[in-house]
Design a binder for this molecule. Structure first.
Ligand code: ARG
Length: 462
């Protein structure tokens, strides 16, 4: 039998080449549970309108339950001739209920409003999954900060030694970025909680159905679409989801890049756990940070998904166009990518070992306490312009002599500036420097403890 939902006005069936191009069922079958949920809600509004009798509704819902179970168990599978998930499930329903009853469900709805609704439902569910995985990664970062509350490290700008910071401060900076990503997911969900079901092909339906009832049954907290053309044509929810997932990928890639550097012989800041590293097929000694590299690589893929989708949407006239079938694969891929990447990445972060001695040894290196000399001079009443010059001269002397700032003699300090008395040494130790930066957001242990508490509360609220 012809399974097409649109055969009536055609004398000839579709060419095989058209069928192959047109088919989306191999990727949109993952929407099947949502399609069936939509059908249940739709059957109820048809019944309330007198378009299904009470008995028909009961049989229809039973048929949909059987179909859902058969999809789940694999007893029902789609074929390429089914074109898409909606067509496949209609065939499944007809096979279970016969053409008389099975053929009644399609009244007052279109694949256009269906697919726009189901795609939202699918992404809302997965936004929650991704949010949970993100919280686990944040938890791993919180764990690292908690385990190393007082370890200093070289803080960098331009990848050059800048000023010493606490390792916990640095790690929590990444956690802050992830907190904003989690917030983006929640805010996206708020905006996406509107159901297009009932928008029909584009103009709504003449059957007097109740889109608000369908929206409520499908869990859309903000009701049904306020404009049926927008309901079927809008895909900004998909693009925004692709952006948030790309942003997560990019934020994770920034952690990844640091882990890759930190795990090198030259840095030696961290050692990755064996179970989260890989070896080489030829070099027996190798231990590679593949998870971090894959995270870095997959960020590219995630932002490719975003730009690809935006390119599909650009200049698309209203309302539904078949181009929109291209909306799903990139976004599904972003979901799949993060759901596989995040658990591995979290495992890597949760199990790495921090080389405390190495971090502390390097924290003051590279004249990273020069700013502390300048700020100490300011506290002695020296204008910052002059203080900056003097501290710079100290660095120049050190470079010429091949020594660090705290190795300058009293005479060398005095020669640079009469204000540089031996007391300046109080700020030239790393344990001395971070605690001084105790304002909100700073690197002092007390300020970092506040950040830790804030991220913890944030994770707990998710
Ligand atoms: N499979 C289509 C999609 O994913 C939905 C079907 C709409 N097709 C149509 N000819 N109006 O966008």
């Amino acid at each position: 039998p012809d399974v097409r939902l649109w055969g009536g006005r055609f004398a000839d069936g579709p060419a095989a080449a058209l069928e192959r191009l047109s088919a989306s069922v191999h990727f949109d079958m993952r929407l099947a549970p949502y399609d069936i949920a939509g059908s249940r809600a739709h059957a109820r509004v048809l019944h309330r309108r007198g378009l299904l009798t009470a008995d028909e509704l009961t049989r229809m819902l039973a048929g949909l339950d059987r179909l859902a179970a058969d999809v789940e168990s694999g007893a029902f599978t789609a074929t390429v001739a089914d074109e898409d998930v909606h067509t496949a499930l209609e065939r499944g329903l007809l096979e279970r209920l016969g053409p008389e009853l099975g053929g009644k469900l399609r009244a007052g709805r279109s694949r256009n409003d269906q697919v726009a609704t189901l795609f939202r439902m699918y992404l809302r569910d997965h936004a929650r999954t991704v949010g949970g995985l993100l919280a686990e990664l944040q938890q791993a970062l919180v764990g690292l900060a908690e385990a190393h509350p007082d370890v200093a490290m070289p803080g960098r700008t331009h990848l050059q030694h800048a000023q010493p910071v606490l390792f916990a401060h640095h790690v929590l900076a990444h956690a802050q970025a992830l907190s904003r990503d989690a917030e983006r997911l929640r805010q996206w969900d708020e905006r996406t909680a509107v159901s297009p079901y009932g928008s029909g092909a584009l103009a709504g339906s003449s059957l007097g159905l109740d889109p608000e009832a369908v929206a409520a049954e499908l869990g859309f907290e903000h009701g049904s679409s306020g404009n049926s053309i927008d309901g079927t044509a809008a895909r900004d929810f998909a693009a925004e989801f692709a952006f948030v997932t790309a942003m997560i990928g990019v934020d994770v890639s920034r952690i990844a890049e640091e882990v890759i550097l930190w795990a090198t012989k030259e840095f030696s800041f961290v050692t990755l756990h064996d179970s989260f590293s890989t070896g080489s097929s030829i070099m027996p000694q190798k231990k590679n940070p593949d998870i971090a590299e894959l995270a870095r690589g997959k960020a590219g893929r995630l932002l490719g998904n975003l730009t690809g989708l935006l390119a599909t949407l650009k200049a698309l006239p209203l309302a539904y166009n078949r181009d929109l079938q291209e909306d799903k694969e990139p976004v599904f891929d972003s979901v799949d990518t993060l759901e596989v990447l995040l658990p591995a990445f979290t495992g890597m972060m949760a199990t790495l070992t921090v080389n405390r001695e190495r971090l502390e040894e390097l924290a003051p290196a590279g004249f990273s306490l020069a700013t502390d000399i300048a700020e100490w001079l300011v506290k002695q009443g020296v204008p910052f312009r002059v203080a900056h010059e003097s501290a710079g001269e100290c660095v120049k002397v050190c470079e010429a002599e091949g020594i660090e700032l705290d190795q300058l003699t009293d005479e060398q300090f005095a020669k640079v500036s009469p204000h540089l008395t031996p007391e300046v040494r109080t700020v030239l130790t790393v344990p001395g420097a971070p605690p001084a930066r105790d304002a909100r957001g700073g690197t002092a242990p007390a300020a970092v403890a506040v950040q830790l508490a804030e991220v913890r509360a944030d994770v707990a609220a998710q």
